[in-house]
Design a protein around this ligand. Structure first.
Ligand SMILES: *[C@@H]1O[C@H](CO)[C@@H](O)[C@H](O)[C@H]1NC(C)=O
Ligand SMILES: *[C@@H]1O[C@H](CO)[C@@H](O)[C@H](O)[C@H]1NC(C)=O
Ligand SMILES: *[C@@H]1O[C@H](CO)[C@@H](O)[C@H](O)[C@H]1NC(C)=O
Ligand SMILES: *[C@@H]1O[C@H](CO)[C@@H](O)[C@H](O)[C@H]1NC(C)=O
Ligand SMILES: *[C@@H]1O[C@H](CO)[C@@H](O)[C@H](O)[C@H]1NC(C)=O
Length: 229
């Protein structure tokens, strides 16, 4: 009796695990296929991204792809730094549901980042988009990627304010937005304070490790005028 129940339970568990695995796997394959489609690769450095041989774990041998296990197509990290890639931030990343690290630094990516960043890379711990040609505002929803501890957006053309929501990232330990066109008050991260170099090259930024913001200055100069009168 016990052995029969045990067998049925094991069978259920096996069915659950295999169906779960194959779902995860298909979505990760779709993710990489979509990334390859959405990026231009003039130097053909993604030639190893060949989807014709679909043995289990085949995507784990692609350039820049690291899987949780080498024989299971579930993507842990994507490192595609300095490969001459062009195009927009790949929305297909949403289907890499177990992704924890993304490095697209030092390419020629352009356009603005999607407003729904946290719907696309919600579980990411490290995001490096530095040294590209991204424009527009930094999406506040990055503040909802609550596992983020490394965020590098430096050396792009971001404008507007740094969203205060980024201060919600309580695990943050490395942050840079240096060399963009950002303005206004820098976020407050609680017990992590980025150094002034994290903000360098944005003449319009103020607060935090930089000089105090305009409001306070105005108030101060107002006080000085008041004093001289
Ligand atoms: C598919 O890839 C696996 C692992 O690299 C290899 O062993 C196998 O021979 C390949 N199959 C085909 C048809 O190319
Ligand atoms: C994710 O993959 C599914 C197919 O599995 C596809 O229909 C969908 O468009 C993909 N999502 C994105 C954002 O690319
Ligand atoms: C994110 O927004 C883009 C439009 O900018 C949309 O095409 C895409 O489907 C959205 N993705 C998710 C996962 O909501
Ligand atoms: C971000 O998180 C806040 C608070 O948890 C929530 O109200 C908001 O809808 C989230 N936004 C997105 C785009 O996920
Ligand atoms: C400006 O300075 C006055 C006097 O010190 C102070 O009461 C007030 O709160 C300050 N206002 C702002 C916006 O900081």
């Amino acid at each position: 009796m016990m052995t029969r129940i045990w067998m049925i339970l094991s069978l259920c568990l096996w069915i659950f695990i295999t169906s779960y695995r194959s779902n995860a796997v298909q979505s990760d394959i779709d993710c990489l296929r979509s990334i390859k489609q959405s990026l231009q690769d003039p130097e053909n450095l993604l030639s190893s991204w060949d989807f014709s041989n679909s043995t289990e774990g085949f995507i784990c041998r692609f350039t820049g792809v690291e899987c949780w296990h080498p024989d299971e197509s579930r993507v842990l990290n994507i490192y595609l730094s300095d490969m001459g890639l062009k195009g927009q931030f790949p929305l297909g990343l949403k289907n890499c549901t177990s992704l924890t690290g993304l490095d697209l630094s030092s390419n020629k990516l352009e356009g603005s980042l999607p407003a729904n960043m946290s719907d696309i890379v919600g579980y990411i711990t490290s995001l490096d988009l530095s040294s590209n040609n991204f424009v527009g505002e930094i999406p506040g929803t990055i503040g909802n990627c609550s596992f983020l501890n490394v965020l590098r957006l430096n050396n792009n053309h971001f404008t507007g304010q740094i969203p205060g929501q980024l201060g919600a990232l309580k695990r943050m330990k490395e942050f840079s937005v240096a060399n963009n066109g950002l303005t206004g008050q820098v976020p407050f991260f609680g017990n992590f304070t980025p150094s002034a170099s994290s903000y360098a090259g944005n003449p319009g930024l103020c607060g935090g490790p930089l000089s105090p913001c305009e409001d306070t200055k105005k108030n101060n100069s107002g006080l000085i005028i008041g004093n001289t009168l």
